[in-house]
Design a protein around this ligand. Structure first.
Ligand code: ZN
Length: 208
C-alpha cells in the first residue's frame, strides 16, 4: 500500500456514501470504519518499519561517518557518556521517534529511513549489522553483493522446488541486508540484463 492516507479517505468516503443512501446501517458503518482504521494503522506501521527494524542491531554513525554508538532491539546507546541512551518507538501517524530519560518518556529525536535527527539538530545514520529473526535466531547483515546474489538464487531454487517454507525463511534472511530486489526488473531473467536501474544486477543498494 503506497498511499495509505489516500486509500483511507477513499474507503471512508465510500462507506459514508453507502450510509447516506441507506444501504448500510449505522452499526455496519462503524464496523467498516474500524476495518479501515485497522488496515490504515497496519499500512503506516509497515511503511515506517520498511527500513528501521526493532529486532535489528545497528551501528550508529555520526555525520563524519565515525561510529558514535550501537543499537539493538530498539535501544540506541552512544559511546560518549554525556549522550543518554534512546529508545525508538512509534509515535503519532506511524512515525518513528526517539525517547530519552529514565523511563524513555522524553521525545528527543525522530527517525526517517535510517537517519536519526535529534531535536538539537544533530544527525546520525544507522547501519544495520544484524537482526533477530522470528524464533530468536540472530543473523548478520549480508553486505557482500555476491552473497546477496547467491541468496537470491537460493530463493529461486527453493521456489522452483516448491519448498515454500525454505523460500520464506531465505526471503526473511535477504531482508537483513542493505540490498533489495530491483523494483524495475524484479530480477526477472527476461528484463534484468537490460535494466538501467540495477545495471543488470537484479538488485540495488537502498541503505549505506
Ligand atoms: Zn533492475
Amino acid at each position: 500500500m503506497s498511499h495509505p492516507e489516500e486509500l483511507r479517505r477513499e474507503l471512508t468516503d465510500g462507506a459514508r456514501g453507502l450510509l447516506a443512501r441507506g444501504m448500510i446501517t449505522n452499526d455496519e458503518w462503524l464496523e467498516l470504519c474500524d476495518l479501515v482504521t485497522g488496515s490504515y494503522s497496519f499500512a503506516i506501521e509497515q511503511r515506517a518499519a520498511e527500513l528501521f527494524h526493532p529486532a535489528s542491531a545497528y551501528v550508529v554513525l555520526d555525520q563524519s561517518g565515525q561510529q558514535a554508538g550501537k543499537g539493538s532491539r530498539g535501544i540506541l546507546a552512544f559511546d560518549a557518556a554525556k549522550d543518554a541512551p534512546l529508545q525508538v518507538k512509534y509515535g503519532e501517524g506511524g512515525t518513528l521517534q526517539a525517547f530519552t530519560g529514565p523511563a524513555f518518556n522524553y521525545l528527543s529525536g525522530s527517525i526517517q529511513g535510517l537517519v536519526l535527527t535529534m531535536e538539537n539538530g544533530r544527525r546520525f545514520t544507522l547501519v544495520e549489522v544484524g537482526r533477530y529473526l522470528r524464533g530468536g535466531e540472530y543473523v548478520e547483515a549480508i553486505t557482500d553483493p555476491d552473497g546477496f546474489r547467491l541468496l537470491l538464487d537460493m530463493i529461486e531454487v527453493a521456489h522452483e522446488a516448491g519448498n515454500v517454507a525454505r523460500a520464506r525463511h531465505l526471503e526473511r534472511r535477504a531482508e537483513v541486508s542493505p540490498f533489495r530486489v530491483c523494483p524495475s526488473c524484479r530480477a526477472n531473467f527476461a528484463t534484468q540484463y537490460d535494466c538501467a536501474q540495477c545495471t543488470g544486477l537484479g538488485f540495488i543498494r537502498v541503505t549505506v
